[in-house]
Design a protein around this ligand. Structure first.
Ligand code: NAG
Ligand code: NAG
Length: 390
């Protein structure tokens, strides 16, 4: 398969974006819950991008919380708001919604009805062939979904996807030697993110190292048969430590990888899917920069810090820090996020989703337009992921 060039892709993205105000839109996150997981769906106003009308829909599986490494070498400790240590625990593509059941070792596929998007219908669940699935990826080009397991049995499993047969396993587990437990103990040494590159010529998994030893990036080429290879290319650039989210910057050859050890790095990817660092972006005062979103129109990277409320903006070409999108809830932290029509939807450390208008960031100032309090939905602990139906 030919890789799309950096020049071609923004035009394709712009063409897709044209229809985006047309229909009903919705935002989704996962309640990763050991008592039974659910997707929480929120209506997006077509007038001003704000959220309303939360709906809870069962995923057909259970959640499980990761555990934290004890600072004094003792037994694992309970984690706070980030229970999977991942990005992409919820993925939407056209009318499909995918999510993970970390306690059932299954992945769920839903169908989103365009007239009722906050009520997605479960098509089926399928075994992840491993333990503690934490991230999922889908390629519409090859109609294939894959999942990243990060527990005692770790690795990648893939599925063919259709509305009629749902998820159907394609081959076995591609094991990753993670040396973890179920539930995993981290964040160091746990799985982070799973994404197809923009041309669907490779599937990429990121794995955290530690503050003192590099993490790992596994790239599984997509073969001419459209199967995801079982033989990955492994990259371990020495300055990528706690490799967290991986977000492509409009083409196959450039991406950003967040790193809670210091901030983020812009990386280059060659034709053999080997990763090298082109710019290390050290964010002063950062605590845990874990999640990222790319806005092609403004060529801006937004990065989200579990311990810092304000959102940092980075120029995607130079890697220089541009400023912040201020958040009203000082100190609560910003976790998974998604961008739609210039609005950023951000899951907060509090039981809240914040909506920020980023259009102002090109000339004027980006500003928060809503803080939706969702405390009435119960415990926030397992909330993770963010995806948009448009
Ligand atoms: C795997 O984990 C165990 C327990 O944490 C540790 O003792 C061992 O050295 C690890 N092995 C490798 C290969 O990292
Ligand atoms: C967040 O950003 C605003 C606007 O730049 C700034 O005034 C505020 O001090 C920042 N808050 C924190 C906690 O850094």
């Amino acid at each position: 398969m030919l890789a799309l060039t950096c020049l071609l892709l923004p035009q394709l993205t712009a063409a897709i974006a044209l229809g985006s105000w047309a229909g009903n839109r919705a935002a989704y996150f996962l309640d990763n819950n050991p008592a039974g997981s659910s997707i929480i769906a929120l209506k997006i106003s077509s007038k001003d991008g704000t959220l309303s009308d939360p709906m809870r829909v069962s995923t057909g599986g259970k959640g499980l919380y990761a555990q934290g490494v004890s600072a004094d070498g003792g037994p694992p400790v309970a984690v706070g708001a980030d229970t999977l240590f991942s990005q992409d625990s919820v993925v939407v593509s056209a009318n499909y919604l995918f999510t993970v059941n970390s306690g059932s070792n299954t992945v769920s596929l839903f169908w989103i009805n365009e007239n009722d998007p906050t009520n997605p219908k479960l098509i089926n669940t399928a075994s992840t062939l491993g333990e503690f699935p934490a991230a999922v990826a889908y390629s519409a080009d090859i109609e294939t979904a894959c999942v990243l397991n990060g527990g005692k049995v770790a690795g990648v499993a893939c599925y063919s996807v259709s509305k009629s047969h749902g998820l159907k396993a394609l081959g076995g587990l591609r094991p990753i030697a993670l040396n973890q437990t179920t539930p995993p103990v981290g964040p160091p040494g746990t799985v982070s993110d799973l994404v197809f590159n923009p041309s669907s010529s490779a599937l990429i998994a990121t794995i955290k190292g530690s503050p003192t030893s590099p993490g790992s990036i596994y790239a599984y080429p997509v073969l001419p048969s459209c199967d995801v290879s079982t033989k990955p290319t492994l990259s371990q650039p020495s300055s990528l430590l706690i490799d967290f989210s991986l977000t492509f910057l409009g083409c196959d050859s450039r991406a950003v990888i967040t790193d809670p050890a210091y901030g983020a790095s812009i990386v280059d990817i060659n034709n053999e899917f080997e990763f090298t660092v082109s710019k290390k972006v050290v964010i002063a005062g950062q605590a845990a920069t874990c999640w990222s979103v790319y806005a092609p129109k403004s060529n801006t990277i937004y990065v989200f810090d579990g311990g810092v409320s304000n959102i940092t903006t980075i120029d995607a070409t130079t890697g220089s820090i541009k400023g912040v999108v201020p958040q009203s809830d000082a100190g609560m932290g910003s976790l998974d996020a998604a961008l739609d029509n210039g609005y950023l939807y951000v899951l907060k450390g509090a039981p809240q989703v914040s909506v920020a208008d980023t259009i102002g960031s090109k000339g004027g100032k980006a500003k928060e337009v809503q803080t939706l309090d969702l405390a009435s939905l119960g415990s926030r602990q397992g909330w993770t992921g963010m995806a948009i139906y448009r």
